[in-house]
Design a binder for this molecule. Sequence first.
Ligand code: PLP
Length: 418
Amino acid sequence: MHEFKYIGKNLYCEKIRVEELAKRFGTPLYVYSYQTLIGHFIKLRNAFRLIDPLICYSVKANSNLAILKALVDHGAGLDIVSGGELFRAIAAGCPAKKIVYASVGKTDKEIEGAISERILLFNVESLSELENINRIAARRKCVVNVAIRINPDVEPKTHKYITTGKITNKFGIDFKSALQIFRVRNALENVKISGLHIHIGSQITESEPYVSAITKMAVFIDKLRTKGITPEYLNIGGGLGIVYDNESAQTAERFAAKVLPILKKTKLKVIMEPGRFIVGNAGILVTKVLYIKTTPKKKFVIVDAGMNDLIRPALYDAYHKIVPLRISTKAQENVDVVGPICESGDFFAKERKLTKVKEGDYLAIMSAGAYGFSMSSNYNSRLKLEEVMVVKDQEFVIRKRDSHEDLIRSEAIPPFLI
Ligand code: PLP
């Protein structure tokens, strides 16, 4: 499943002892396994080889240039949601014709930027946005390819903050309104509706919500065909769940077995936008135990990483396995693992049975590759972390740790205060 394994009493990333990296680069530190990253991409590609989909890795999950370049080099396209992500995609060398762009709130500037780059598709999320893209394209005397993002109204059985395909969510367009858009499409001369898109949520561990959503799409596609409309692409989004705790997340093969028969029937070119599935288990957050604090009711393990470095536990009550980099005892105890930030939400585990640790020990917070660094911030004026990629027995710094100067680089004191 991933290349973080114990050899004897030490945790290794591929062929490198993680504690060596912690000592060399300092903590907190993100460590990624290249083989795991690429391995997941290839697993998905192989599982769907019968239809050869365009797999557009979702940049938001982890937008480090090296991660993007590694995937692009293996044939991935990219799914972006902002002008900043477009900039990264181009910088990573992604062919524009493999870039798809979703977001409910694309600005004129972002739309213009993506038109200039000639990306494959805008995933359009409202009639107003479609009209705006049409207006901008008309001004630039071009025709822009778009896909309509449908909100299929399915329950993806995941955390409410990462549910996106229910009709009460802000994403996509309901079937009835989408049909209406297809009816009036000829009035919009500068957009070509060449695809349909869904993305129903994230960390989805069962195939049933996908089967339900894609089946609804297949019915809609048939309905369009009866009206003489045949789109070229069907984008089924991302959302495939991974194992954080003891979920029985579906493998790429099992997922493909469930959805391939429906996808094949649509006869459309399939696009996918996985993020977490590819990078989630390819990264860990390494942290050092600063203090052990015992109170009348609790034992706290205070570490040097904080919620600004990995916000998922604070934001979604998300579970991350926590293991020592070196096993020095079999004893376990119930603890809260917390960071140094001035918020009670700054925790990585609560009432967790953990291998007993002492001050100065190192811990790995597992499965932190997706929505870890990319959601990190400088809150409490903490420095954003160093990121290291391991390839077999070699390590590469793929992002330097922020400096104090980085913290204030863009700020200015107005003259009247000087
Ligand atoms: N596509 C879209 C439109 C998204 O909003 C997201 C995540 O929010 C993804 C793809 C990637 O989701 P995941 O990382 O769960 O695969």
